[in-house]
Ligand binder design. Structure first.
Ligand code: AMP
Ligand code: MG
Length: 511
């Protein structure tokens, strides 16, 4: 097995990483191999299914071109700055896909590093299967995301509240550059001693970068990020401002897409926000059933900081942290730099509202813009919230209705006097646009998934896998989620909202 991995990240100054090998595990066994991802990478899935595959993807055997590192980063966790870094992950290297993209291949749960703090460097099987499953669901939904190549059981136990089977996830990502990586660079540039003196080794001198103008590390990281994700900005005279604007655009789009499908990330700390615009780090994430912007599933999010309806605000907060790190690069005069930054972040609310409205218009089948659209959207959402209507099913039912043989027919689910007036307005609105009902239905079917990974079903599937070694429910769920809009499969089992006994679902960070 030779992946010809490259290692551009290690050309950054040595403070950004530390060379460290995965720690072998007792007995690697392939649990799930992602055929789709393997094929996209041009790797032979049948080869990866051989014992050698499990050895390489658990870290027991070194792929010849890999040069494992743990990446250093910091971040704001629930608003508080902290030094973090890969405490249980090893970046094996960067892989060139057949279509020319450069992606990171990283192992997660592959052993302790200098950044582990009190952690054991390991991961449990359930949460790694969960990351695999939700990543695939997001991919199927058309939302930028990191993806799992495989989950390999370690044959070892990890100790959380109880003893659990251990696993290593292999993750494919456009990169692992986080807002928190910039926070780390800027903190070092400003002279903060972040205490983790990782053994980056004599072969990684950190040359001139740190010197320069007190922004050497940040500049090196920003240049690297531009080169890797925004090469079109490389020659621009104002490229760091443009980098920020480009990242903001991608994050605005990403959060608007999350809102389209009811996704709640659950732990939008700045170390869990990428510069590439991919969703990353599926911990306590979940999908909303009944519409309520205050929905929170994570047991540790007691204040609702990362509630469904708060995600845009948090994205803006995180982006402000990114922008702060870039201040020295925006202008030589600190006051001018600050004014420019304020102007830039000040564009966030309007930008987000515009993108979110665009998303919601497609959910309602609208193909053009009218002044009354914002109210049309807001009124439906208010009704859904008052009724406790299911976010996913309501839009699919509306789509069914838009296509009903008898136009204007009211689904009994909507025979609510409070909605009748809204319904008439919406029907009229659909009638005023080009393409009429057919175009609207087409739009709605592509914007509104029929199936999402319902929390109670995800839990059931993972439970069967972890407790009984039965992967069938997980495999079936994966099959259905691969094509969540117009599935040819019988998906009726996957479309039920949780019953009353399945509500009150909580997710836990003890991953
Ligand atoms: P996360 O909540 O997965 O975004 O992780 C936050 C930080 O905790 C990162 O620095 C992780 O590397 C670290 N971390 C999480 N779990 C472990 C673990 N079991 N051992 C060591 N570090 C961990
Ligand atoms: Mg994280």
């Amino acid at each position: 097995m030779d992946w010809n991995l490259e290692h551009t990240y290690t050309r950054l100054p040595g403070q950004f990483f530390c060379r460290i090998d995965p720690v072998p595990v007792a007995s690697p066994q392939m649990v799930l191999l992602n055929r789709g991802v393997a094929e996209e990478l041009g790797l032979d899935p049948d080869r990866l299914r051989q014992p050698e595959g499990a050895w390489v993807l658990s870290g027991n055997q070194r792929e010849p071109s890999s040069q494992p590192i743990a990446q250093a980063y910091a971040g704001h966790q629930f608003g508080h700055f902290a030094m973090l870094g890969d405490g249980r992950a090893h970046l094996l290297g960067e892989y060139r896909t057949p279509d020319g993209r450069r992606v990171d291949i990283q192992l997660k749960g592959s052993g302790p590093t200098p950044f582990s703090r009190r952690g054991d460097g390991r991961a449990a099987l359930g949460p790694m299967l969960r990351e695999y499953l939700i990543g695939e669901a997001m991919h199927g939904l058309g939302i930028p995301t990191t993806r799992a190549l495989a989950v390999v059981a370690t044959g070892e136990r990890v100790f959380r509240e109880q003893a659990l089977p251990g696993a290593v996830l292999s993750r494919v990502a456009a990169s692992h550059i986080r807002v928190g990586t910039f926070a780390y660079a800027a903190a070092l540039d400003s002279g903060l001693d972040l205490a983790v003196h990782a053994p980056h080794g004599a072969d990684d001198p950190s040359p001139e970068a740190a010197a320069q103008d007190g922004a050497g590390l940040t500049r090196a990281l920003a240049d690297y990020t531009i080169d890797r994700h925004y090469p079109e900005l490389a020659e621009g005279p104002d490229r760091y401002m443009e980098l920020f604007n480009a990242v903001m655009e991608r994050q605005v789009d990403l959060v608007a897409q999350w809102m389209r499908v009811g996704f709640i990330h659950g732990v939008m700390n700045t170390d869990n926000m990428t510069l590439s615009g991919e969703t990353i780090d599926y911990g306590p994430c979940a999908f909303m059933d009944q519409y309520d912007p205050a929905t929170v599933f994570s047991s540790i999010d007691r204040q609702g900081r990362y509630a469904f309806g708060n995600q845009a605000k948090i994205a803006q907060w995180n982006l402000a942290r990114l922008l702060e790190t870039l201040l020295p690069l925006l202008h030589d005069e600190p006051e001018t730099a600050l004014a420019r930054a304020q102007e830039a972040i000040g564009r966030f609310p309007a930008l987000f509202t515009e993108r979110w409205h665009a998303v919601m218009r497609t959910k309602l089948g609208l193909g053009n813009t009218e002044p009354g659209d914002a109210a049309l959207i807001a009124d439906l959402l208010q009704w859904m919230q008052d009724q406790g209507a299911d976010y996913t099913n309501t839009f699919r039912e509306l789509a069914g209705e838009a296509g009903a043989a008898t136009p204007g027919q009211l689904n009994p689910a909507f025979a609510d006097p409070g909605l009748a007036a809204w319904h008439a307005r919406w029907r009229e609105r659909l009638g005023r646009q080009d393409g009429g009902i057919d175009a609207a239905v087409h739009r709605m079917r592509n914007a509104n998934p029929a199936v999402i990974p319902r929390n109670h079903q995800v839990e059931q599937a993972l439970d069967a896998a972890v407790r009984e070694g039965d992967l069938d429910p997980t495999l079936r769920l994966l099959e259905v989620l691969a094509n969540p809009y117009d599935t040819g499969l019988d998906t009726s089992d996957y479309r039920h909202p949780p019953g009353p006994e399945q509500r009150g679902y909580q997710t836990f960070c003890g991953t």
